[in-house]
Design a protein around this ligand. Structure first.
Ligand SMILES: [Zn+2]
Length: 99
């Protein structure tokens, strides 16, 4: 599987470290909403298809990347720097929403 880093170009997945689900929205740190914190810590999507993920190019430029990967085919559908603002390439779940 190749991931095209926006800075380095196409690289083998062995250079990257999976950093987690890209759909999570962290509640305000001062929040005492236990339902929202429970959802943030424990709830994960498990789609059969496009999925937002965070990867780090650990063996390269060390940039964090927002990747959309098809979980059925492992095809990489899009890659951008995670620090870039804007809507994810695939729908994002609202905090606390059930999948
Ligand atoms: Zn890179």
């Amino acid at each position: 599987m190749l991931i095209t880093c926006p800075y380095c170009g196409p690289r083998d997945v062995s250079e990257f470290a999976y950093q987690g689900d890209g759909n999570r929205n962290r509640p305000d740190p001062a929040s005492t909403d236990l339902v929202a914190w429970n959802a943030y810590v424990y709830d994960r999507l498990n789609p059969a298809g496009a999925h937002n993920e965070i990867w780090q190019h650990a063996g390269g430029c060390r940039a964090h990347l927002a990747v959309v990967r098809d979980t059925l085919t492992h095809e990489i559908l899009s890659v951008r720097f995670a620090r870039e603002k804007g809507a994810p390439a695939h729908g994002r779940r609202k905090s606390g929403a059930k999948a």
